[in-house]
Ligand binder design. Sequence first.
Ligand code: NAD
Length: 646
Amino acid sequence: MTVTIARQGEIAVVTVDNPPVNALSAALRQGLWDAADTLDADASVAAVVLVCAGRTFIAGADVTEFGKPPVPPHLPDLVARIEGAQKPWTAAIHGSALGGGLEVALGCRFRVAVPDASLGLPEVSLGIVPGAGGTVRTPRVVGVPAAVDLVTSGRPMRAAKAAEAGLVDAVIQGDLLEGAVTFARQALTRPLPEPASSRPVAAPEAEFWAEQEKAVAKVAKGAAAPLRALACLRKAAEAGFAEAMAFERETFLELRGSDQAAALRHVFFAERAAPRPAALRDVEPLPLRRAAVIGGGTMGAGIAAALRDAGLPVVLVERDDEAVARGMANLRGIFDGAVRRGKLTEAQAAARLAGVAGTTDYAALADADLVIEAVFEEIGVKRAVFEQLARACGPDAVLATNTSYLDPRAIAEGLPNPGRFIGLHFFSPANVMKLLEIVPVPETSDRTLATGFALARALKKIPVRAGICEGFIGNRILKRYRAAAEALVRKGVPIAEIDAAMRGHGFAMGPFEAQDLGGLDIAFLQREGARAAGQDVAETLGDILVRVGRKGQKTGGGWYDYAPGERKPQPSASVAELLAREIAPGAAMSRDQIAQALVAEMAAEGQAILDEGIAQAPADIDLVEIHGYGFPRWRGGPMFATGIRG
Ligand code: NAD
């Protein structure tokens, strides 16, 4: 039984039990409907508490019903049924009340929650708007400004904040059910509040909506749902309940069939599948208790911070005392930044830092379960590190390299017990970026591979398995993308026009401004290395800039000029002059054409990567581009966007 009823005196307790997350399946909707009928008919019941078994309240829609014709009872009707019940319902929330789960709770007369519960309407992240009154009841309960935040961002709120906003009537310390029953009983002694649908809502001025529209559009970067959700909220504030419900429904149905919603569902399912590949289902990963990082530079410090965020103690090995101090300072900088942004308290930051032991002594690695190497990108340096690791670490410890371009097989050469070796390619900043490319060598054992995926889960990252080639999946596509962008410049398309086109397409940045931010020298040095090794690498436009010292923002100029201390790119007369001989005048392309052309290049490289078996599925390539390279999520990734699926 998905829904059961028990009694505590005059209070009926309705328990939902639909593992794993109490999703709103048709059976659950029907069960709640029947419970409302039964309890309305029972004169001995004075009030109802709705509670969920397992780890969470109703966490949302049933994803297996996505894209299928809806089965009655429909959710909006169920929410109205609960709201119209003759006895007041109290939703008792633990875990997450998300989407339809929160809408059901909004149909209840009261909501109580444990302190670590979270409540939210994440529909916009799936390209839709709430479809069962979320945009209409929320502003009536919390007011318009708080509703705008909740509905257009899709970000859930913790119970305390929800209580401040009025979304939650009481935060329950201790046993939730007991607290909720007591709350429901006490509520009977006071006049009942109006149901959400009958409450008045203060409608803000037109100016408020104009401001919100601007702010939401800026964050949405082309995603449609957040703005449509805002329009629903405006309707909810300015029209009556029924009219606003009809408007929300219409918007919901239209968006559900949209390309953006299809793309976002694709990404949602790909993200859900990524951390647990079917091939490793029966493989037990190595338990991770202690980790180590070699190298405390940009990547090493970021990786160590990510490991600390996941609660693992970390040993950080550097080459000398000064470098240890620098590495620890890098880490302090990361945690201090988190404090400034309100993500950590001072005390938490101090504890994170205290969990890192900086040292030059490899003996400190004796009991590490996992070691991640992030030293200079030089094969000799890396090999020397792995020789020391082989001596210092236990025979089963997983040994990983964070190399971007070197062949991991060459790094692992001669390593005793090579089954424990693997490439774990993080992205900068490593404590923020969600992507983790997992690169096994032929010797890598299944257990080591499974440990890589388990690490990704512990770090809340999106793991993608990649085969060995230059740049793996992401940097290989990046190289093609940049080359294609340069080819457009050679044809006479202005640099600033290309960047604007990609921003207009939904990227945070265009390819040239992104290079200015990251520095042009890294790719340049890599090409120079290949040239020195006798490879035939054509001169790029970027090379011409680096040769005259234009390495990007850090040198005051790259593809653009920058005023001292400024980050705003200004088209550069010197660049125009430097590249004049390389550029054919005046190819005219619309921004749309530019973006289509560059995405097509990414997809073509993706197809080659698939054909070579470097990536296992088009969806993996989409995840790499979305989580590592800023590809607009609502377009589903380059493969999905160009129709390469499956
Ligand atoms: P970095 O120069 O910032 O840091 C390298 C660190 O390694 C330095 O602090 C150096 O002192 C230390 N080091 C050098 N030799 C050492 C040794 N023998 N023992 C211990 N420590 C040693 O470089 P980074 O940007 O952090 O890159 C590190 C690795 O990560 C490289 O392989 C790079 O290709 C890869 N990577 C970089 C990025 C990026 O965006 N920077 C992204 C992904 C991967």
